[in-house]
Ligand binder design. Structure first.
Ligand code: PHB
Length: 397
């Protein structure tokens, strides 16, 4: 059977937070759009990712009428602890630069956005597999997809957006000679857990130790999220609760006697990561946003925030294009978005290399890293640099 054919102004591949946020903003301006997503709602809602939102991301949710659950169920954090040599050093964002971040898990951001799209009659098609994107260099780029029942469809759009994550079909559809790939791999990964326990500390702790990095994060009063640096090939089945707690605890041990609050562990996962940027973020009439174009290691908590920053720039450009007939914003999209992307790459890389340990590190390298951590925490300017990058630069920059 021939595929069904539909027309829309903006065809969005990917219904994660970036794709849904863009769809939400476009619909508010009366710009038609259709979102195609491979996974089902439940799978995305149960995929645990990072949990820190910059103020700019929170504003995009609350000031555009998505939902204010982030404000009622999220937690505002005014700082973090950097812990090394067994001592904690608070970086007080509020006092240093009058900024804060919000602890609110990414899967809840997705749930809120999906609910807002449903409430507003948005066209979001879950469980639909994009088989091909084509005709990027024409005025009618197209999305071919198969629905859950095997039916074949084609969407003809004016503008195509690839917000389909790090395995992006859209990015891969750009001929190799028309894109450049920049990336580095790291010789470590994160072992993440979810545990039923109260918070161990009021704020997040980023810990460097001779045994490796650990992050003591949170979810709410009853559930906590924690990670420790591990081998990328680590198998979660080799780790029982006792072993996990011993490993986490020894990475935060110190003369202050700090003890993690323990509870039953109900999720264990190994997260591999790399730093990646595909350039440019445009090919003809297709534009890439979020993880489809770039990924960062989780140490800087930038992934979703960067995706939302892309969406803000792209939305402004699409609005000018469709409503005012001005395409300058679209022409400048890639350069503008990439400026922030490389700043976030720098910050995420810096945090990652400063806080993690390498098996093959020489004593010089280990001591140099401690010198770097000491430089940051002993200077108001060092602390402010971290605070400014962590809480996020204004969206115009
Ligand atoms: C998380 O809570 O999952 C989280 C928080 C901060 C990070 C990464 C992950 O940098």
């Amino acid at each position: 059977m021939a595929p069904t054919i539909e027309k829309t102004q903006v065809g969005i591949v990917g219904g994660g937070p970036a794709g849904l946020m863009l769809s939400h903003l476009l619909s508010q301006q009366g710009i038609e759009n259709i979102v195609i997503e491979k996974r089902d709602h439940e799978t995305i809602a149960n995929t645990h990712r990072a949990g820190i939102l910059e103020t700019g991301a929170v504003k995009m949710l609350t000031e555009t009428g998505v939902d204010s659950r982030v404000k009622t169920r999220g937690y505002e954090h005014e700082g973090i602890d950097l812990r090394f040599n067994g001592e904690s050093h608070r970086i007080n964002f509020k006092e240093l630069i009058d900024a804060t971040v919000w602890l609110y898990p990414q899967n809840d951001v997705f749930v809120d956005l999906a609910a807002a799209r449903e409430r507003d009659g948005g066209d979001v098609r879950f469980s639909c597999n994009v088989t091909e994107v084509l005709d990027h260099l024409t005025d009618t780029p197209k999305i071919r997809y198969t629905d859950a029942e095997g039916g074949e469809h084609e969407i003809h759009c004016d503008i195509l957006v690839g917000a389909d994550g790090s395995q992006s079909t859209c990015r891969r559809s750009i001929p190799k000679e028309d894109r450049s790939e920049n990336f580095i791999e790291y010789p470590f990964a994160w072992f993440g857990i979810l545990t039923e326990a109260p918070p161990s500390a009021p704020e997040l702790i980023y810990a460097n130790s001779p045994h490796g990095f650990a992050l003591i994060s949170q979810r709410n009063d009853e559930v906590q999220r924690m990670y420790f640096q591990c081998d990328p090939e680590e198998n979660v089945d080799d780790w029982d609760e006792e072993r996990i707690w011993a490993e986490l605890q020894r990475r935060v041990d110190g003369p202050d006697g700090f003890q993690l609050k323990r509870g039953p562990i109900f999720e264990k996962v190994v997260l591999k990561f790399r730093s990646y940027v595909g350039e440019p973020m445009r090919y003809g009439n297709m534009f890439l946003a979020g993880d489809a174009a770039h990924t960062v290691p989780p140490t800087g908590a930038k992934g979703l925030n960067l995706a939302f920053a892309d969406v803000q720039v792209l939305f402004d450009a699409l609005k000018a294009h469709f409503i005012d007939g001005n395409s300058e914003g679209l022409d400048g999209y890639s350069d503008k978005a990439l400026k922030r992307v490389w700043k976030a790459q720098n910050f995420s890389y810096w945090m990652t290399q400063m806080l993690h340990t390498r098996k093959d590190a020489t004593p010089f390298e280990t001591k140099r890293a401690l010198g770097e951590l000491n430089t940051v925490v002993s200077s108001k300017y060092g602390q402010s640099y971290l605070a400014e990058s962590y809480t996020g630069w204004p969206h115009e920059n």
